[in-house]
Design a protein around this ligand. Structure first.
Ligand code: NAD
Ligand code: MG
Length: 396
């Protein structure tokens, strides 16, 4: 006879993937394809990768699809005309589907500030939110977490560090947590002398030593802004004070993060680096399922090393801690300036080493709002983007 837990884990889960054409989205679909009997694919969405979205729709047969860029709508319609897949025409129509009874979970794999609204819409609909999009927590953590409490909703971290901490916290009490230690691979420039950072090229910055990811997060990892964003993400997810968050470099990316408890004991979560691990953990939580992922081989020598991070060299990390301390709309300013700077770096309009200059300038220049509403955050975001672009143009 099956236990209740086993029966629960056999129930088909309705899932929507926002940003299905990205690095996380594609890996989430791989996880689903291993467990087709346990998931019902409700909707897939993308911004403009129309060919891949069509390919995914034909392969995975979701109930619905949505493309954010309306230029591609007619292509989507004609490519799927012979199927029963419903095409959603607007963001609002997509958000309405979050209220459908057979939807259990939304996996938010959109990159950037654009993730904030769908995160809020998912929680408003009282659905589980598996959150890969860290920017939404950085910008609107206070609004998002208040809503989570109000709706008694479930927020499941997908970012590998936060999934690691979440796993370490299972069965523990909040008051037992002394601090968390976020690990950072250090990116490609960790050991570079500070004076050589000015010579970094886009090609070098796009080559991450341990993870294959979307362009923005790859640049963020190289500049350490990713870790800075993750510090703020952790504050909101785990209700921590800034002093309770440490960062340590761990070049092997095998220990995904750690929790130190009040008795001095430290728990770490380890696995070979593969985002399908944390994605699958979030999708099946609180159960664990078989996964065909690489195992450690402890019969071979394995070294783990940990080193402090030089926050003078990686100024972005210091700026993120500053934004966290100051609060209000400052993290939103940090995030928006970074989004604008990274876009400029990707278009070869700004040298990589000047990202932190743009971010710091904006943090000093923009108006401070202590308790920003959603509208305040949207205004802060778009104004900061405009001002950052002006600054980047002036400096060119
Ligand atoms: P990506 O660039 O590979 O993919 C982004 C996806 O979002 C694409 O499907 C794109 O079409 C969609 N998208 C972008 N803007 C959109 C908009 N305005 N509306 C709707 N859809 C939009 O990015 P990624 O590497 O998969 O990262 C996604 C998120 O997950 C980021 O917030 C990132 O920080 C986080 N994350 C990624 C990884 C990773 O290994 N890639 C690890 C941890 C956290
Ligand atoms: Mg991470």
């Amino acid at each position: 006879m099956k236990t209740i837990l086993q029966m629960e884990s056999q129930i088909t889960k309705g899932i929507t993937i926002l940003g299905s054409t990205g690095s996380i989205g594609k890996q989430a679909l791989q996880v689903i394809s291993e467990y087709t009997d346990l998931f019902k694919l409700k909707a897939l969405s993308a911004h403009s990768s129309i060919d891949l979205l069509i390919e995914q729709a034909l392969k995975y047969l979701p109930e619905m699809v949505f493309i954010a860029n309306p230029d591609h709508l007619s292509r989507l319609k004609s490519a799927l005309a012979h199927t029963s897949i419903k095409i959603l025409h607007s963001e609002d129509e997509l958000y309405d589907t979050f209220h459908q009874e057979d939807l259990s979970m939304v996996l938010l794999a959109i990159v950037g500030f654009a993730g904030l609204k769908p995160a809020l819409k998912t929680i408003e609909a009282s659905k589980d939110l598996a959150i890969a999009n860290k920017e939404s927590l950085v910008v609107g953590g206070h609004i998002l977490m208040d809503l989570v409490k109000q709706k008694n909703a479930t927020l499941l971290p997908v970012d590998s560090e936060h999934s690691a901490i979440f796993q370490c916290l299972q069965g523990e009490k909040q008051e037992s947590v002394e601090k968390i230690i976020l690990t950072a691979s250090g990116g490609p420039f960790f050991d570079w002398p500070a004076e050589e950072m000015k010579n970094i090229t886009l090609k070098q910055a796009l080559k991450h030593p341990t993870w294959e990811m979307g362009h923005k997060i790859t640049i963020d990892s190289a500049s350490m802004m990713n870790k800075g964003l993750e510090v703020i993400e952790a504050k909101w997810l785990f209700d921590l004070r800034p002093q309770q968050i440490d960062v340590v470099a761990h070049p092997q990316s095998l220990v995904h993060s750690m929790v130190q408890f009040t008795d001095g004991s430290v728990k770490a979560q380890m696995s070979p680096p593969d985002m399908r691990g944390p994605i699958q953990y979030a999708m099946f939580y609180p159960n664990r399922k078989q996964a065909r992922l690489t195992r450690f081989n402890f019969s071979e020598a394995l070294s783990l090393s940990f080193k402090p991070v030089d926050m003078k060299k990686f100024r972005n990390l210091a700026l993120a801690f500053e934004a966290l301390e100051k609060g209000g709309n400052i993290p939103a300013i940090l995030n928006a300036a970074n989004e604008a700077a990274v876009e400029a770096v990707l278009q070869n309009q700004l040298p990589f080493y000047r990202i932190s200059e743009v971010v710091e300038n904006m943090m000093n220049e923009m108006n401070f709002v202590l308790i920003p509403s959603l509208e305040d955050l949207e205004q802060t975001h778009y104004e900061t983007i405009v001002k950052s672009k002006e600054l980047i143009k002036r400096k060119n």
